[in-house]
Design a protein around this ligand. Sequence first.
Ligand SMILES: Nc1ncnc2c1ncn2[C@@H]1O[C@H](COP(=O)(O)OP(=O)(O)OP(=O)(O)O)[C@@H](O)[C@H]1O
Ligand SMILES: [Mg+2]
Length: 228
Amino acid sequence: MERVPFDIEGLDRILFGGLPKYHDISICGGPGTGKTLLGFEYIYRGALRGEPGVFISLVENEESILENMKATFKNWKDIDKLIENGKIFIVKPESLDVLALADILEKHIIDHKINRAVIDSATVLRTTFSEHSKYRQTMQELLSLIGGLKCTTLLTYEYPSYERNNMTFSVEQFIADGIINLYNLQRAEKRVRALEVVKMRGTRHVEELVPFKISASGLEVYIGEKVF
Ligand SMILES: Nc1ncnc2c1ncn2[C@@H]1O[C@H](COP(=O)(O)OP(=O)(O)OP(=O)(O)O)[C@@H](O)[C@H]1O
Ligand SMILES: [Mg+2]
């Protein structure tokens, strides 16, 4: 199986090399758990490899995403250059329509040869449907379209909890090829960030909770270390 690496060392080790190519992966977590940062780092690291990617933001506008990423990842001096050179695209669609989203993806794949994409936050799409069955069907169509487009895609989903034992799953997680959960766990007087791969169709992966940190150089994933 071909892999798409994050180029985040610990994370790639958990995934035995990276994400299965052309799969769609759900990144799930509570507010501030690092979903947007992980998504952007995935696009950034791909761009450094010469693989163009699109970051589709359904919540924040382009300027705000860029501003936040630069503020957090201070050691990345080349974000603007990668955007200028057509390696990173940040797009805020005008409408939240799933079909419009599919169009944006398709256009970037054809015009800019992107093979990495992030949809942040895909939770927003649900609000455009009043009927659950229609939502499920449309999401399934979107994911199969993405798969057919030869693009390895992360979709972020907002969860109402930081804790592992409160995680619940809904339709998005069942139809996704893979799931990575991000947590901000309560430990005594502090919180500890941790992540876990709970599903990855077609590949083995490490099955444990792994601590991580957000640093100015990117996410640091400490495989083999206990979460205290
Ligand atoms: N320089 C930094 N060093 C350490 N942690 C940081 C730094 N910059 C941001 N953070 C942490 O990252 C969090 C933001 O991460 P991110 O925006 O990816 O969260 P998110 O899961 O997308 O949240 P939301 O669901 O609200 O969009 C901040 O709340 C903060 O805790
Ligand atoms: Mg976010």
